[in-house]
Design a protein around this ligand. Structure first.
Ligand code: HEM
Length: 126
């Protein structure tokens, strides 16, 4: 089944993206030169692009989104943008260590929210 396969790929890359984010956050705090490695700069883009493509593929095939709007999917799209922006602040743009670390943990909270929205299929999964 195409849909099941895509959903598995989606959840796999969703897991990989946060694992890599945590790893890079650790390297950032440690001031590691690993962050400058070529593969460390390229692989996250490949994973994040796959995440986006599979996200919109399952959204379309399974839920006919965005022709048929579902508030929980829209919440995931918005939250993903927030997660990406916080990730950029945490790993690149944050001017002080405090800003970077705060953005890092805020990104993890937003990530947890996205997973909860995926599981409960409501924008307020509390
Ligand atoms: C960091 C970002 C994301 C994470 C961690 C994530 C996580 C997940 C997880 C864990 C599932 C499986 C839910 C289940 O088995 O019940 C899922 C499914 C799904 N996700 Fe995502 N997702 C992300 C981004 C997105 C985005 C941006 C979209 C919208 C385009 C999206 C759309 C979907 C859809 C439509 C499903 C299938 C729901 C179903 O039919 O059960 N995801 N996601």
């Amino acid at each position: 089944m195409l849909y099941i396969g895509l959903k598995h790929l989606h959840t796999t890359v969703a897991t990989l993206t946060v694992l890599l984010f945590i790893l890079r956050g650790g390297w950032m705090v440690a001031g590691s030169a690993m962050l400058q490695r070529k593969w460390v700069k390229i692989v996250p883009h490949v994973i994040d692009t796959t995440l986006l493509v599979t996200a919109f593929a399952v959204a379309w095939i399974g839920w006919r989104y965005p022709v048929v709007l579902h508030d929980w999917i829209t919440a995931k799209v918005v939250a993903l943008v927030v997660y990406i922006v916080l990730g950029i602040i945490a790993l690149k743009r944050g001017r002080t260590a405090t800003i970077r670390v705060t953005a890092f943990f805020a990104a993890l909270v937003v990530y947890a929210y996205i997973v909860m929205v995926a599981l409960y299929k409501t924008p307020l999964p509390i």
